[in-house]
Design a protein around this ligand. Sequence first.
Ligand SMILES: O=C(O)CCC(=O)C(=O)O
Ligand SMILES: [Fe+2]
Length: 472
Amino acid sequence: MALGHQRRASFLALAALAAVFSLLPRYIPDIAWVTTVPFQLLLDSQGLSARPYASPRRTETGMRSAPSDLDPAVAEKLKAAQERISQAKQAMAVLRNELCGRNFFSPEIDRSLLIEVLRLFAPESAKPMREPILQKELINMIPDMRQDTEALAALINAMATVRLAYEPAWQLLADVVVEECSSASGRQLVAFAWAFATAGEPRQDLWTALKSMMAGKRKELSAEERVTFAWSCAEVGQHATELFGEASEVAAEKESRAMLEAIRNLDGKHLLKNPPVVLVPDVVTPEQSQELIRLADESKLWWQSSRRGARTAAGEDALRTSSSAVLSAPRMFQEPPVKAIRSWASQVLKVPEDTVEALQLVRYQKGEQYSTHVDWGRKQDASLWLGGQRTATALIYLNTLPKDCGGETSFERLGIQVSPQAGAALVWPNVDSSGRPQDLVEHRAMPVLCETQKYAVNVWIREKPLPAYRGD
Ligand SMILES: O=C(O)CCC(=O)C(=O)O
Ligand SMILES: [Fe+2]
């Protein structure tokens, strides 16, 4: 028992090390295979590989060694490639052992190990070499695990966490869940639902099965598990209304009243009294602004904002042609400018920091805009399950737009138009003092008219704490 704990502790330390190294390739593609060194240690700790790092027995895994008459540079590359394939196969052996054999950490499954193993396959630079091996193993492995719902839940969780994009594995898992998982516990059903929702799986038969299996088990769930399940169903448009009712559009009165009060007390230029709209200067420095943009650029987080999704107060689709970047990875929460903004919002708006959503950067090039919309969510909006309604918005401009270059934030119903000013935050409530979402605060970002870019960051406050972020 004690030995088991010791091995587990040393293994976890190694897994953490592997995690650190596995992140490196995202930034330094040329040393993608640095990962293999700590991972070899990890394999050793599992007793699965007693071999030294540059193993002469590599050929036993079925690969030919490099012919000796090759150009030395090519031979070196070939050798390295063979080593990588061998390592990837060993990684899969760990995965298989952990899930199916379960003689090492039995009866519990080590989720962090699964995530580490799958994450090894995630770096772009590793894909051509490792992905086919992973895919084949997953397809072999999943049917073996049919009866083992705990193992399946752990595997699905890990696949969702690393955003594994291999469709046949997801489909096979969905088949298994539909056909074989009636014995799953409520907690396991929540794990399945969360993972399939995160992966955006729309299969009707899957969601019908998950909901009907949950019907007899919902009493087993904690409040957080209930919310996770309801969110998951709503996220893919398969609302579990019959199990958990509807999410409320109306925010709690106490929090809404306090939010209005806090905005009224802000130190800044009060553009309107009711509802209060305030421009607070000097919230971020030019250096912090540059750093935020750099974080989004370097992690390649920008995506073309969807044309649909956001809605006008009348419920019509809004048109959005700008790009967005959400700083939601756990490591982003440690970045100094992110910390500074979250703590500013929490202090001046007098809310706990965990009610502040992950920061969302927005970028507009010439001609881009965001047509009239509201920031608050309607009943169908899955995120209402997580932190409740968005009670307020603080939009921080990261640069100043030259005169006549457009890009203003415009509240037509309130007669307010604000031109982006570097470092200033425009703050307004999305609900009235009784918590009802407000149509009056609908707004738009006017098109940028010059050969320049507009950058801003959305800081949205929810009425309730958001659950801790689970992915990366
Ligand atoms: O960019 C702006 O001025 C407004 C952005 C906005 O309203 C949003 O992203 O929700
Ligand atoms: Fe908005």
